[in-house]
Design a protein around this ligand. Structure first.
Ligand code: ZN
Length: 411
Protein backbone atom coordinates (compact mmCIF):
# COMPACT_ATOMS: atom_id res chain seq x y z
CA UNK A 1 0.00 0.00 0.00
CA UNK A 2 1.11 3.54 -0.70
CA UNK A 3 2.66 5.61 2.09
CA UNK A 4 1.20 8.87 3.34
CA UNK A 5 3.05 12.15 3.91
CA UNK A 6 1.18 14.79 5.93
CA UNK A 7 2.77 18.25 5.84
CA UNK A 8 1.42 20.69 8.43
CA UNK A 9 2.30 24.35 8.19
CA UNK A 10 1.42 25.66 11.65
CA UNK A 11 -0.96 28.63 11.50
CA UNK A 12 -0.98 28.45 7.69
CA UNK A 13 -4.24 30.32 7.04
CA UNK A 14 -4.30 34.09 7.36
CA UNK A 15 -6.40 37.13 6.49
CA UNK A 16 -6.24 39.65 3.66
CA UNK A 17 -3.42 41.94 4.77
CA UNK A 18 -3.24 45.61 3.78
CA UNK A 19 0.56 45.61 3.17
CA UNK A 20 0.07 42.66 0.82
CA UNK A 21 -2.60 44.43 -1.25
CA UNK A 22 -5.26 42.57 0.70
CA UNK A 23 -3.89 39.19 -0.20
CA UNK A 24 -3.08 36.64 2.47
CA UNK A 25 0.61 35.72 3.02
CA UNK A 26 -0.05 32.36 1.32
CA UNK A 27 -1.75 34.05 -1.65
CA UNK A 28 1.04 36.63 -1.90
CA UNK A 29 3.84 34.06 -1.68
CA UNK A 30 5.41 32.64 -4.86
CA UNK A 31 4.28 29.01 -4.71
CA UNK A 32 4.63 27.20 -8.05
CA UNK A 33 5.09 23.86 -6.29
CA UNK A 34 2.09 24.12 -3.96
CA UNK A 35 0.06 25.31 -6.95
CA UNK A 36 1.20 22.34 -9.01
CA UNK A 37 0.27 19.98 -6.17
CA UNK A 38 -3.15 21.65 -5.92
CA UNK A 39 -3.58 21.12 -9.66
CA UNK A 40 -2.54 17.48 -9.37
CA UNK A 41 -4.80 16.89 -6.39
CA UNK A 42 -8.09 17.74 -4.77
CA UNK A 43 -8.51 20.79 -2.53
CA UNK A 44 -10.86 22.22 0.04
CA UNK A 45 -11.18 24.18 3.25
CA UNK A 46 -10.74 22.90 6.78
CA UNK A 47 -11.84 23.85 10.27
CA UNK A 48 -9.67 21.61 12.42
CA UNK A 49 -12.20 21.64 15.28
CA UNK A 50 -15.42 23.31 14.14
CA UNK A 51 -16.74 26.63 12.87
CA UNK A 52 -16.11 29.50 15.25
CA UNK A 53 -13.60 27.62 17.39
CA UNK A 54 -10.07 29.05 17.69
CA UNK A 55 -7.92 25.98 18.18
CA UNK A 56 -4.73 25.75 20.17
CA UNK A 57 -1.99 23.88 18.33
CA UNK A 58 -2.27 20.94 20.73
CA UNK A 59 -5.98 20.21 20.23
CA UNK A 60 -5.70 20.93 16.50
CA UNK A 61 -3.00 18.29 16.09
CA UNK A 62 -4.97 15.75 18.10
CA UNK A 63 -7.88 16.34 15.71
CA UNK A 64 -5.61 16.12 12.64
CA UNK A 65 -4.37 12.74 13.88
CA UNK A 66 -7.97 11.59 14.44
CA UNK A 67 -7.98 11.73 18.27
CA UNK A 68 -11.10 13.63 19.34
CA UNK A 69 -9.74 16.37 21.64
CA UNK A 70 -13.01 16.48 23.56
CA UNK A 71 -12.18 13.00 24.75
CA UNK A 72 -8.39 13.01 24.81
CA UNK A 73 -7.36 16.55 25.70
CA UNK A 74 -6.78 17.16 29.40
CA UNK A 75 -4.26 20.00 29.43
CA UNK A 76 -1.02 20.88 27.69
CA UNK A 77 1.44 19.47 30.22
CA UNK A 78 1.62 15.87 28.92
CA UNK A 79 2.53 16.92 25.35
CA UNK A 80 5.30 19.19 26.56
CA UNK A 81 6.65 16.59 29.00
CA UNK A 82 6.56 13.93 26.28
CA UNK A 83 8.37 16.33 23.93
CA UNK A 84 11.14 16.71 26.52
CA UNK A 85 11.63 12.95 26.44
CA UNK A 86 9.68 11.77 29.50
CA UNK A 87 7.89 8.46 28.93
CA UNK A 88 4.44 9.07 30.37
CA UNK A 89 2.06 6.54 31.88
CA UNK A 90 -1.71 6.72 31.94
CA UNK A 91 -2.84 8.80 34.94
CA UNK A 92 0.38 10.82 35.22
CA UNK A 93 -0.14 14.52 35.90
CA UNK A 94 2.29 16.56 33.81
CA UNK A 95 3.19 20.25 33.89
CA UNK A 96 5.16 22.58 31.72
CA UNK A 97 7.31 24.91 33.72
CA UNK A 98 10.08 27.46 34.00
CA UNK A 99 12.92 28.07 36.36
CA UNK A 100 12.16 31.54 37.66
CA UNK A 101 13.49 34.06 40.13
CA UNK A 102 11.67 35.03 43.35
CA UNK A 103 12.79 37.58 45.93
CA UNK A 104 12.75 37.04 49.70
CA UNK A 105 9.00 37.71 49.81
CA UNK A 106 8.30 35.15 47.04
CA UNK A 107 7.51 37.86 44.51
CA UNK A 108 8.34 36.61 41.00
CA UNK A 109 10.89 39.07 39.60
CA UNK A 110 11.93 37.07 36.52
CA UNK A 111 9.82 34.28 34.99
CA UNK A 112 12.82 32.84 33.11
CA UNK A 113 15.69 33.25 35.57
CA UNK A 114 17.49 35.48 33.07
CA UNK A 115 16.97 32.84 30.37
CA UNK A 116 19.50 30.64 32.17
CA UNK A 117 21.62 28.53 29.77
CA UNK A 118 20.42 25.19 31.09
CA UNK A 119 17.97 23.74 33.61
CA UNK A 120 19.66 20.32 33.61
CA UNK A 121 21.39 20.60 36.97
CA UNK A 122 18.17 21.78 38.65
CA UNK A 123 15.93 19.15 37.04
CA UNK A 124 18.33 16.45 38.25
CA UNK A 125 18.01 17.69 41.83
CA UNK A 126 14.22 17.23 41.98
CA UNK A 127 13.95 14.23 39.65
CA UNK A 128 13.16 11.14 41.71
CA UNK A 129 11.90 12.99 44.81
CA UNK A 130 9.01 11.36 46.61
CA UNK A 131 6.35 13.50 48.29
CA UNK A 132 3.48 11.88 50.20
CA UNK A 133 3.94 8.70 48.19
CA UNK A 134 3.98 10.53 44.84
CA UNK A 135 7.01 10.25 42.58
CA UNK A 136 8.39 13.41 40.95
CA UNK A 137 9.92 13.15 37.48
CA UNK A 138 11.65 16.23 36.07
CA UNK A 139 13.45 16.88 32.83
CA UNK A 140 15.03 20.03 31.44
CA UNK A 141 14.05 21.59 28.13
CA UNK A 142 15.87 24.45 26.42
CA UNK A 143 17.16 27.25 28.65
CA UNK A 144 14.80 27.93 31.57
CA UNK A 145 12.23 25.34 30.51
CA UNK A 146 11.53 22.31 32.63
CA UNK A 147 8.84 19.63 32.55
CA UNK A 148 7.58 18.01 35.74
CA UNK A 149 5.47 14.87 36.10
CA UNK A 150 3.73 13.55 39.23
CA UNK A 151 3.19 9.79 39.26
CA UNK A 152 1.11 7.86 41.80
CA UNK A 153 -2.37 7.16 43.10
CA UNK A 154 -5.15 9.67 43.74
CA UNK A 155 -3.96 12.55 41.53
CA UNK A 156 -5.99 15.06 39.53
CA UNK A 157 -5.21 17.68 36.88
CA UNK A 158 -8.00 19.96 38.10
CA UNK A 159 -5.66 22.34 39.92
CA UNK A 160 -4.53 25.92 39.43
CA UNK A 161 -1.17 27.22 38.16
CA UNK A 162 1.61 28.20 40.53
CA UNK A 163 3.05 30.52 37.88
CA UNK A 164 1.46 34.00 38.16
CA UNK A 165 2.21 34.46 34.39
CA UNK A 166 3.45 38.04 35.00
CA UNK A 167 6.35 39.52 36.97
CA UNK A 168 6.12 41.47 40.23
CA UNK A 169 3.31 39.26 41.45
CA UNK A 170 3.66 36.69 44.23
CA UNK A 171 4.13 33.02 43.50
CA UNK A 172 0.66 31.48 43.68
CA UNK A 173 -0.38 28.63 45.92
CA UNK A 174 -1.63 25.65 43.94
CA UNK A 175 -5.33 25.07 44.68
CA UNK A 176 -8.05 22.62 43.69
CA UNK A 177 -10.22 24.17 40.97
CA UNK A 178 -13.42 22.91 42.57
CA UNK A 179 -14.49 22.68 46.21
CA UNK A 180 -14.88 19.17 47.54
CA UNK A 181 -12.50 17.63 45.00
CA UNK A 182 -10.31 15.57 47.31
CA UNK A 183 -7.99 14.28 44.58
CA UNK A 184 -7.31 17.82 43.38
CA UNK A 185 -6.77 19.00 46.96
CA UNK A 186 -4.24 16.23 47.51
CA UNK A 187 -2.48 17.00 44.22
CA UNK A 188 -2.32 20.71 45.08
CA UNK A 189 -0.79 19.84 48.45
CA UNK A 190 1.89 17.74 46.74
CA UNK A 191 2.59 20.54 44.25
CA UNK A 192 2.96 23.14 47.02
CA UNK A 193 5.34 20.88 48.93
CA UNK A 194 7.33 20.33 45.74
CA UNK A 195 7.56 24.09 45.10
CA UNK A 196 8.84 24.67 48.68
CA UNK A 197 11.29 21.81 48.43
CA UNK A 198 12.57 22.95 45.04
CA UNK A 199 13.09 26.46 46.42
CA UNK A 200 15.13 25.11 49.34
CA UNK A 201 17.25 22.92 47.05
CA UNK A 202 17.70 25.47 44.26
CA UNK A 203 18.60 28.51 46.36
CA UNK A 204 21.71 26.85 47.77
CA UNK A 205 22.72 25.26 44.45
CA UNK A 206 26.35 26.01 43.46
CA UNK A 207 25.16 27.38 40.09
CA UNK A 208 23.13 29.99 41.95
CA UNK A 209 26.11 30.88 44.13
CA UNK A 210 28.04 31.56 40.92
CA UNK A 211 25.09 33.50 39.46
CA UNK A 212 24.85 35.63 42.60
CA UNK A 213 28.54 36.59 42.25
CA UNK A 214 27.89 37.67 38.66
CA UNK A 215 24.71 39.50 39.65
CA UNK A 216 22.57 37.27 37.43
CA UNK A 217 18.94 36.41 38.36
CA UNK A 218 18.89 33.29 40.52
CA UNK A 219 17.13 30.15 39.32
CA UNK A 220 15.48 29.69 42.71
CA UNK A 221 11.91 28.72 41.99
CA UNK A 222 9.87 26.27 39.98
CA UNK A 223 7.02 27.93 38.08
CA UNK A 224 4.55 25.24 37.04
CA UNK A 225 1.54 25.64 34.77
CA UNK A 226 -0.69 23.76 32.33
CA UNK A 227 -1.36 20.70 34.49
CA UNK A 228 -2.68 17.86 32.35
CA UNK A 229 -3.57 14.22 32.81
CA UNK A 230 -2.04 11.61 30.56
CA UNK A 231 -4.85 9.69 28.86
CA UNK A 232 -4.69 6.26 27.27
CA UNK A 233 -3.98 6.71 23.56
CA UNK A 234 -4.41 4.02 20.97
CA UNK A 235 -1.24 4.11 18.90
CA UNK A 236 -1.17 4.88 15.17
CA UNK A 237 -0.25 1.26 14.63
CA UNK A 238 -3.29 0.02 16.57
CA UNK A 239 -5.71 2.65 15.27
CA UNK A 240 -4.69 2.81 11.61
CA UNK A 241 -2.31 -0.09 11.03
CA UNK A 242 0.39 2.47 10.16
CA UNK A 243 4.06 2.48 11.04
CA UNK A 244 4.45 6.19 11.63
CA UNK A 245 7.16 8.79 12.05
CA UNK A 246 7.38 12.48 12.92
CA UNK A 247 9.75 15.11 11.59
CA UNK A 248 9.40 18.29 13.65
CA UNK A 249 11.57 20.93 15.24
CA UNK A 250 9.39 22.16 18.09
CA UNK A 251 8.93 20.08 21.25
CA UNK A 252 5.13 20.20 21.52
CA UNK A 253 4.65 18.44 18.16
CA UNK A 254 7.26 15.80 18.87
CA UNK A 255 5.51 15.27 22.21
CA UNK A 256 2.06 14.73 20.67
CA UNK A 257 3.53 12.51 17.95
CA UNK A 258 5.39 10.39 20.48
CA UNK A 259 2.25 9.96 22.59
CA UNK A 260 0.37 8.52 19.60
CA UNK A 261 3.23 6.17 18.90
CA UNK A 262 5.20 7.88 16.13
CA UNK A 263 8.96 7.50 15.91
CA UNK A 264 10.69 10.86 16.22
CA UNK A 265 13.14 11.40 13.37
CA UNK A 266 15.75 14.11 13.86
CA UNK A 267 16.86 16.30 10.99
CA UNK A 268 19.88 18.57 11.30
CA UNK A 269 18.88 22.22 11.33
CA UNK A 270 15.19 21.48 12.01
CA UNK A 271 14.73 23.96 14.83
CA UNK A 272 11.10 25.12 14.60
CA UNK A 273 12.26 28.61 13.59
CA UNK A 274 12.15 30.68 10.39
CA UNK A 275 15.64 29.53 9.37
CA UNK A 276 14.68 25.88 9.78
CA UNK A 277 15.93 23.28 7.33
CA UNK A 278 12.70 22.71 5.34
CA UNK A 279 14.63 21.09 2.47
CA UNK A 280 16.18 18.61 4.88
CA UNK A 281 12.81 17.84 6.46
CA UNK A 282 11.05 17.10 3.16
CA UNK A 283 13.98 15.07 1.82
CA UNK A 284 14.03 13.08 5.04
CA UNK A 285 10.27 12.45 4.74
CA UNK A 286 10.80 11.12 1.21
CA UNK A 287 13.55 8.85 2.50
CA UNK A 288 11.43 7.70 5.46
CA UNK A 289 8.40 6.56 3.43
CA UNK A 290 10.56 3.64 2.30
CA UNK A 291 10.47 2.47 5.94
CA UNK A 292 7.27 4.00 7.36
CA UNK A 293 3.67 4.03 6.12
CA UNK A 294 2.99 7.51 7.46
CA UNK A 295 5.30 10.49 7.90
CA UNK A 296 4.15 13.68 9.61
CA UNK A 297 6.18 16.80 8.82
CA UNK A 298 5.60 19.85 10.99
CA UNK A 299 6.71 23.36 10.01
CA UNK A 300 6.31 25.95 12.75
CA UNK A 301 7.49 29.32 11.42
CA UNK A 302 4.29 30.21 9.55
CA UNK A 303 2.56 30.46 12.93
CA UNK A 304 5.36 32.16 14.88
CA UNK A 305 5.85 34.86 12.23
CA UNK A 306 2.11 35.62 12.12
CA UNK A 307 1.95 35.75 15.91
CA UNK A 308 4.72 38.36 15.77
CA UNK A 309 2.68 40.34 13.20
CA UNK A 310 5.24 39.68 10.44
CA UNK A 311 2.95 39.10 7.44
CA UNK A 312 5.66 39.86 4.87
CA UNK A 313 8.09 37.48 6.54
CA UNK A 314 5.37 34.82 6.66
CA UNK A 315 4.90 35.32 2.91
CA UNK A 316 8.66 35.04 2.30
CA UNK A 317 8.94 31.94 4.49
CA UNK A 318 6.14 30.26 2.50
CA UNK A 319 7.95 31.16 -0.74
CA UNK A 320 11.11 29.49 0.59
CA UNK A 321 9.27 26.45 1.94
CA UNK A 322 7.48 26.01 -1.39
CA UNK A 323 10.79 25.31 -3.15
CA UNK A 324 11.49 22.54 -0.64
CA UNK A 325 8.28 20.76 -1.69
CA UNK A 326 9.47 20.37 -5.30
CA UNK A 327 10.80 16.77 -4.89
CA UNK A 328 7.30 15.65 -3.84
CA UNK A 329 5.83 16.49 -7.25
CA UNK A 330 7.26 13.53 -9.22
CA UNK A 331 6.19 11.15 -6.44
CA UNK A 332 2.67 12.55 -6.66
CA UNK A 333 2.69 12.43 -10.47
CA UNK A 334 3.75 8.78 -10.39
CA UNK A 335 1.14 8.17 -7.65
CA UNK A 336 3.77 6.66 -5.41
CA UNK A 337 2.60 8.52 -2.32
CA UNK A 338 -0.53 10.06 -0.84
CA UNK A 339 0.30 13.63 0.12
CA UNK A 340 -1.77 15.98 2.26
CA UNK A 341 -0.75 19.60 2.88
CA UNK A 342 -2.64 21.86 5.27
CA UNK A 343 -2.28 23.66 8.61
CA UNK A 344 -3.56 23.22 12.16
CA UNK A 345 -5.44 26.56 12.27
CA UNK A 346 -5.23 30.06 10.84
CA UNK A 347 -3.04 32.67 12.52
CA UNK A 348 -3.94 36.23 11.53
CA UNK A 349 -0.84 38.41 11.10
CA UNK A 350 -2.81 41.60 11.73
CA UNK A 351 -4.37 40.36 14.97
CA UNK A 352 -1.29 38.28 15.97
CA UNK A 353 -3.54 35.47 17.25
CA UNK A 354 -4.91 32.11 16.19
CA UNK A 355 -8.31 32.59 14.57
CA UNK A 356 -11.29 30.36 13.81
CA UNK A 357 -10.93 31.09 10.06
CA UNK A 358 -10.85 27.93 7.95
CA UNK A 359 -7.69 27.05 6.09
CA UNK A 360 -6.86 25.43 2.77
CA UNK A 361 -6.08 21.75 2.37
CA UNK A 362 -4.83 19.72 -0.58
CA UNK A 363 -4.62 15.97 -1.02
CA UNK A 364 -2.72 14.58 -4.01
CA UNK A 365 -1.23 11.35 -5.31
CA UNK A 366 -2.40 7.75 -5.29
CA UNK A 367 -6.15 7.28 -5.79
CA UNK A 368 -7.02 10.99 -5.66
CA UNK A 369 -9.70 12.40 -7.98
CA UNK A 370 -8.72 15.90 -9.06
CA UNK A 371 -10.77 19.07 -9.15
CA UNK A 372 -10.45 22.29 -11.14
CA UNK A 373 -8.43 24.24 -8.57
CA UNK A 374 -4.96 25.12 -9.83
CA UNK A 375 -3.58 27.23 -7.02
CA UNK A 376 -3.22 26.72 -3.29
CA UNK A 377 -4.72 29.55 -1.26
CA UNK A 378 -7.46 30.55 1.15
CA UNK A 379 -9.76 31.75 -1.62
CA UNK A 380 -8.86 29.41 -4.49
CA UNK A 381 -9.46 26.28 -2.39
CA UNK A 382 -12.97 27.43 -1.45
CA UNK A 383 -14.17 25.96 -4.74
CA UNK A 384 -12.25 22.69 -4.36
CA UNK A 385 -13.70 19.20 -4.55
CA UNK A 386 -13.25 18.36 -0.86
CA UNK A 387 -15.55 21.22 0.06
CA UNK A 388 -15.60 22.53 3.60
CA UNK A 389 -14.43 20.05 6.21
CA UNK A 390 -16.05 20.46 9.61
CA UNK A 391 -13.31 19.17 11.85
CA UNK A 392 -10.09 17.43 10.99
CA UNK A 393 -11.12 14.17 12.55
CA UNK A 394 -12.14 12.79 9.13
CA UNK A 395 -8.79 13.53 7.59
CA UNK A 396 -6.95 10.37 8.66
CA UNK A 397 -9.91 8.23 7.59
CA UNK A 398 -9.87 9.93 4.17
CA UNK A 399 -6.15 9.22 3.78
CA UNK A 400 -6.53 5.60 4.92
CA UNK A 401 -9.37 5.19 2.43
CA UNK A 402 -7.08 6.39 -0.38
CA UNK A 403 -4.59 3.73 0.67
CA UNK A 404 -7.39 1.17 0.34
CA UNK A 405 -7.13 0.04 3.95
CA UNK A 406 -10.47 1.17 5.39
CA UNK A 407 -12.62 -1.34 7.23
CA UNK A 408 -16.02 -1.98 5.63
CA UNK A 409 -19.03 -0.46 7.36
CA UNK A 410 -21.85 -3.03 7.28
CA UNK A 411 -21.60 -6.23 5.31
ZN1 ZN B 1 -0.59 25.78 15.67
Amino acid sequence: MKPIILVIFDGLGDRPIKELGYMTPLEAAVTPDLDKLAELGITGMLHTIERGVRPGSDVAHLALFGYNPKFYYAGRGPYEASGYGIDLMEGDIAFRGNLGTVDDNFIVVDRRAGRIESSDAFAEKINGLEIDGIKVIAKAGLNHRIAVVLRGQGLSEKITDVDPHVVNKPLKKCLAKFDGDDKAKFTAKVVNKLIDKAHMIFKSHPINKERAKKNLPLANCLLLRGAGRMAKYESFQEKYNLRSACIAGAGLYKGIAKIVGMEIIDVEGANGKANTNVVGKINKAIEMVKVYDFVFVHIKATDSLAEDGKALEKRDFITRADKALFPLIPLVEKREIILAVTGDHSTASDLKIHTADELPILIAGFGVRTDRVKSFGERSCQSGGIGHMEGAEDLMDMLINLRGDTKLYGN
